[in-house]
Design a protein. Structure first.
Lengths: 288, 265
């Protein structure tokens, strides 16, 4: 057994110094981390998902109630007038749109608000200081947002059952598009959260970019209602494909081909993920 | 010879203090006008676009008024009341949470002066948002004014009512969660379901009766009457309801401040 004087340590009598027992057999060793830090990734994912679930009144109940309010308003405003949209009865058109809106907005808020909060409170060092690579952080944050968004989406769909009492036409595709949409907006929220220096910035992104984009991408009306120029722009809009794909999953009818929609969504997610990965790796607005 | 500074004489009303409190409340939201004025305007215009694009072909006329002209005043009123409420409630809750509530409790301001100063700040936010939204909407919807007096009365009375409600909520709430819950689960449903988007004649009988004891219904209906000249009730009844409720709420706020409820030990 070897011993060395440890500065700052005191003996039992209160004298400076003291021995620190160090033996090769009992000293703690660094944890061996392989290619992927599984424990770290899982911890990051759970930590942030639990933060969302803990305030479920704001993250789950409020979006579901908002969707119910919208459905009620549209039903009452429509009254006796009949309306079909893209070949669907209006309720069958609207309900998937509202579920998609809840999913997309939660995906964005999940990462965006978490990142701004952690930056302002200084808690972001907990993540930066942990042995996580930039790629692992981008994966952890993105998956957390996607799962949080899917949970909110399920709650919203259940709350809207009185307006459209039918099982989803294609549950697998619905989950796929909901997960992909939540992941996509979660990555957008991550970019926004990294960029924003204060709450004003992130709420400006939400009010002036995210909500207008989602509202005008087919939540409430089919694209043939738009003027020609806007309709052409919408065909390039990945948010539109997510909403359209989820509508196919719930009501069994879509304007675009779900295969095309999936390809556009996957390409967008891949591009956004690379952007997040580079931003986190370069320490953009996180490290001096 | 001493040159002590004589204390300021305060008459029946501390005008300087009242004005300072009002300015503080107004500058608080004007400092972040993109969030407090521009964002509500954009959201309200989006609602107009969404409802017109979705329902415009199926619902052309409501109560004899073209759908967009029916919708526009309701949406403006919705934006006004939500923002008047947000201003006073967030002002009080954040002051309490951060501890700078003492800045308004310590100065020589009476409970009545506190009520008036804070409520007028919230009313101003409602009116600024309302005016901005109205101007934005006028670009897309060709509405005229039927009776300017009604428009102004309801704009002020409704903003004041929600500003007072926001004060009561703000005094009661202990953290931001409480306030968010009141906004999400009480104020937004009332603002959405009280006739902004449809005539209450669409409702089942029971809910039509209930609408007549809902002040949000009177403010939306009366404000709309000012623009379109069409109403679901009699406009003067609405005036009486608004005056009565504003008076009662102002008295409640005054008593809460006087008693120091959740503000003073």
């Amino acid at each position: 057994m070897t011993a060395r004087k440890a500065p700052g340590r005191r003996t039992p009598d209160g004298e400076p110094g003291g021995d620190v027992p160090v033996s090769p057999g009992t000293a703690p060793r660094g944890r061996h981390i392989g290619w992927v830090n599984r424990i770290g990734l899982w911890t990051l994912f759970w930590r942030d998902l639990l933060r969302d679930l803990e305030i479920w009144k704001v993250t789950i109940a409020a979006p579901a109630l908002q969707a119910v309010l919208f459905a009620l308003i549209f039903e009452l405003a429509l009254g006796d007038a009949s309306l079909t949209m893209a070949g669907l009865d209006f309720a069958a058109f609207l309900v998937p749109g509202l579920v998609a809106f809840a999913v997309l907005e939660r995906g964005f808020e999940s990462t965006a608000y978490m990142m701004v909060y952690d930056k302002l409170e200084g808690m972001i060092t907990d993540v930066i200081g942990a042995p996580l690579t930039a790629a692992e952080m981008a994966v952890g944050f993105g998956l957390m947002a996607a799962v949080s968004a899917v949970i909110t989406g399920i709650a919203t769909w259940l709350a809207l059952l009185p307006f459209l009492a039918a099982p989803p036409a294609a549950p697998g595709l619905l989950l796929l598009f909901a997960f992909g949409g939540g992941l996509m907006m979660g990555l957008v929220g991550l970019v926004g959260g990294l960029w924003a220096d204060k709450w004003d910035h992130i709420s400006a992104v939400q009010s002036f970019v995210v909500i207008p984009l989602v509202y005008m991408s087919g939540v409430f009306f089919s694209l043939d209602r738009l003027p020609d120029g806007l309709r052409a722009a919408a065909a390039l809009n990945p948010v539109y494909y997510v909403i359209d794909g989820m509508r196919y999953g719930i009501s069994g009818s879509a304007e675009a081909d779900p295969g095309t929609g999936f390809a556009v969504m996957a390409a967008t997610v891949a591009a956004l993920w690379c952007l997040c990965w580079r931003l986190l790796a370069s320490g953009y607005k996180l490290k001096p | 010879m001493t040159d002590y500074q004589a204390p300021r004489r305060i008459g029946a009303v501390n005008w300087l203090g009242l004005w300072t409190l009002y300015l503080k409340e107004v500058q608080r939201f004007m400092a972040v006008a993109t969030q407090t004025v521009a964002a509500p305007m954009v959201t309200t215009l989006l609602f107009l676009a969404v409802f017109t694009l979705a329902l415009g072909r199926a619902v052309e006329v409501v109560n004899g008024v073209p759908f967009t002209q029916f919708l526009a005043p309701g949406l403006v009123m919705m934006a006004m009341v939500q923002n008047a409420f947000a201003n006073t409630s967030s002002s009080l809750v954040s002051s309490k949470v951060q501890g700078n509530i003492v800045d308004i409790l310590m100065p020589p301001l009476s409970p009545a002066e506190l009520t008036v100063g804070i409520a007028l700040g919230g009313t101003t936010r409602g009116l600024v948002v309302g005016a901005t939204t109205l101007i934005g909407m006028r670009i897309f919807v060709p509405f005229g004014v039927h009776d300017l007096l009604f428009v102004l009365f309801y704009a002020v009375a409704a903003s004041l009512m929600l500003a007072l409600l926001g004060m009561i909520g703000g005094v009661w709430a202990e953290k931001f969660d409480h306030m968010a819950a009141v906004t999400n689960f009480v104020i937004t449903p009332f603002a959405f379901l009280s006739g902004t988007f449809y005539s209450i004649q669409r409702l089942p009988d029971l809910f039509q009766t209930l609408a007549h004891i809902n002040p949000f219904f009177y403010m939306i209906d009366g404000f709309r009457y000012g623009f379109t000249g069409v109403t679901d009730t009699t406009p003067l009844l609405g005036v009486a309801v608004m005056l009565g409720i504003d008076t009662v709420l102002a008295l409640v706020c005054w008593r809460l401040f006087a008693a120091g409820y959740k503000l003073k030990a």
